[in-house]
Design a binder for this molecule. Sequence first.
Ligand code: FE2
Length: 313
Amino acid sequence: MTVKTMQTAEVKDLLEKVAGFDQQGGDERIKKIVHRVMHDIFQIVEDFDVTPEEFWSAVYYVGELGANGEAALLAPGLGMDRYLDIRQDAEDEQAGLTGGTPRTIEGPLYVAGAPLSEGFARMDDGSDKDAEAILIKGQITDENGAPLANAIVDIWHADSKGAYSYFDQSQSEYNLRRRIKTDSEGRYAAQSIMPSGYGCPPEGSTQQLLNHLGRHGQRPAHIHYFVSKPGYKHLTTQINIAGDEYTYSDFAFATREELVVEAKRVDQSNEGTKHGVTGPITEVEFNVALVATDKPELQERHARPRALETDAA
Ligand SMILES: [Fe+2]
């Protein structure tokens, strides 16, 4: 039995009172959004004939999601981060700012203030002797291929178990997190260890919902980047290492074809030799093209809560 009540004056009046439409104070935009959100939730209850049992399990799910600290993990799992990127791409297109290396999601595991190096950095603390050594290298250019010196390449990635320093307190401070200033040819390089992909906590709220959707909660091995330079659009992106089981089925929808990078085993890295890194190593090359803009607000990453970040920049 399905009853229809959404069109009644009683429900319309209730929604308007819920959103504070009859009150002077508050924020008009928030009132309108809350009105819409609650209308749509009411509508879902009606359309799907949601039972009280289902409704209260959803309410307590949201409570647990927050208590587990997984709200920012569920968001990419439900495509929200990807959707915001799709919107930003469309805005870029409208503003004539397309081109350059594609953006993709930031994720919730950035930590601000990583050590800054000139041209080259060692990112791992050397404690994981079994990890595969990698040499990350690349050149930052403008859209026409002209090298960009003094760009800041801010890199962070997981360890060989798929865990991030700071959030994994067993790792040393800023392990696998570095900022590198490009040299006069726009080049940067970093010695590090091959990151592992990782999954949502198996008993967590995110995986619990994904199980109901028949979906896995895994991410392929990847390396996060912020790349910035005054006069250019800030780039938030990441590379996925080719060949991972989940390269093309990332639960967070971050994979983009242009961002899949081969890891190549070499006996000696020419780029590594310049920085005293000798012997067999796996090279990961990622070149980035930035798009010029004179808009200051596009030159910085957007504001959101980030670990150890104190200002909005
Ligand atoms: Fe990540």
